[in-house]
Design a protein around this ligand. Sequence first.
Ligand code: COA
Length: 548
Amino acid sequence: MDSHSSHLNAANRSRNSQTPSPSHSASASASSSLHKRKLAATTAANAAASEDHAPPSASFPPSSNDDLESISARGADSDSDPEESEDAVVDDDEEDFAPEPDQDSSIRTFTAARLDSSSGANGSSRSTKIKTEISTVKLEAGTVTAGVNSVSGIVPKDESAKTSTDDDVQNCGAYIAREEALRREEAANRLKFVCYSNDCVDEHMMCLIGLKNIFARQLPNMPKEYIVRLLMDRKHKSVMVVRPPAGGNGITHVVGGITYRPYHSQRFGEIAFCAITADEQVKGYGTRLMNHLKEHARNVDGLTHFLTYADNNAVGYFVKQGFTKEIYLEKDVWHGFIKDYDGGLLMECKIDPKLPYTNLSKMIRQQRKAIDERIRELSNCQNVYQVAEFQKKEGGSPKKIRVEDIPGLRDAGWTPDQWGHTRYKLFSGSGDSVTKQKQLNALIRVLLKTMQDHSDAWPFKEPVDPLDVPDYYEIIKDPIDLKTIGKRVESEQYYVTLDMFVADARRMFNNCRTYNSPDTIYYKCATRLETHFHSKVQAALQSGAKSQ
Ligand code: COA
């Protein structure tokens, strides 16, 4: 066990020293109540201080967007899905997109209204499946109308995008299988990744509106004015995944997107919003989208990093996209450029200068092939032996077999003397295996006692109590502690080599250092006790070697 049980306090348990400073938000999501409280208090400051995010025109939304606002409102009205109208979170507020002469007060009023009815908004969470977004837009005789996903003419989603065959997954891994399925869709022009911003091009604007609807649904706690404001801000760009209309005519269906702001001079981008439409989530679109974004940001914007404030629900997704909770970028580079966000976690992603982000599967396959070839050179693990003989029964009972007769065992390095496998050969040749086991047990007991008696052993004496450290077992998947090791030693059968014992001890120390940050007492105890332990092991090995 490590450290935490009764000695833990909140500070010690913090695995990350990053504490986002409270302020306003340009966050990818704003689901925490903290954030909402903050928004209410700081919305005015938010609007005023967010010059960086302010639309180019002094009025909000910019006059060129006025049409879009009415388009948006019409889109909501024309929604034929009866369920849609029940969704107060989105539809009740659709008119809120109408241009307001006083942008600040508009947001203030809006935010206050949302906060008053906060129970509804708070109740919305990532796990609440949101109904289908109004995410398709259609150009008809010069007018734009919004449709729902079920409108005929939308190219049905290719099931291949959802999952790949078991064989694919078995042979190449889920990541490759998913990416290749999506690549096939892209090649067949059933799926497209585009990057648009507010440039008044009809098609682009329609897609931005589709994306706005998705954000409004998927980020229910984010004020919609704020979404529109950033989305339409000409300094922001949106990388989107869309389904082009079949045959080139008809509806462009927006599946999801990421809105970001490139800070060219600082060479980093700030992700403001990121969402995939409800019924297309967890099918790989989010990952592919992020990969397209990285490639675009690197190749077109010349960016090297992304920063985003992730809310708790999205941290897992961002981690899988290569974001870290540690910020390696110099603070001078980004501080004052991006909005602080109270209740979110600032995360960073370094954009690799070379990685083929949109064709990682090819690279992974090549790497895998190279590793397989190297393994074949070094090992004979590719040899498969027939063991059918051993399944035969003799006279109704299973045939007795000798271990050494198992095909392939010797080829794999096994010797009748199991001691041959340990790096720690302690004992001289004489003596049978029973004697050796006794000697080993005696040594292990001594080593265990030197750990137990050490003044830094206290954090490791008992298993970590999940009541004290609720997330411990989510992070540490293979826990171990001195008490458990002690039981194994007592059994006298568990540790058949010294390696196994040393491995358990090492895991105990590593677990501790994984969970705790270096400045904690637990981390330091782990390192000191480990040093002590290893010196004792080395001493035992040396005296064992001398006595041989
Ligand atoms: N938390 C933890 N893991 C998540 C996750 C979440 N919220 N969403 C997805 N993942 C995981 C997936 O299980 C998958 O894991 P795997 O590769 O091990 O199978 C991986 O992240 C990528 O999933 P993918 O299918 O590519 O993502 P997606 O298409 O579902 O898109 C989101 C991810 C977060 C954009 C999407 O779920 C979404 O729109 N959520 C609601 C809005 C939101 O929370 N946005 C983020 C903050 S702005």
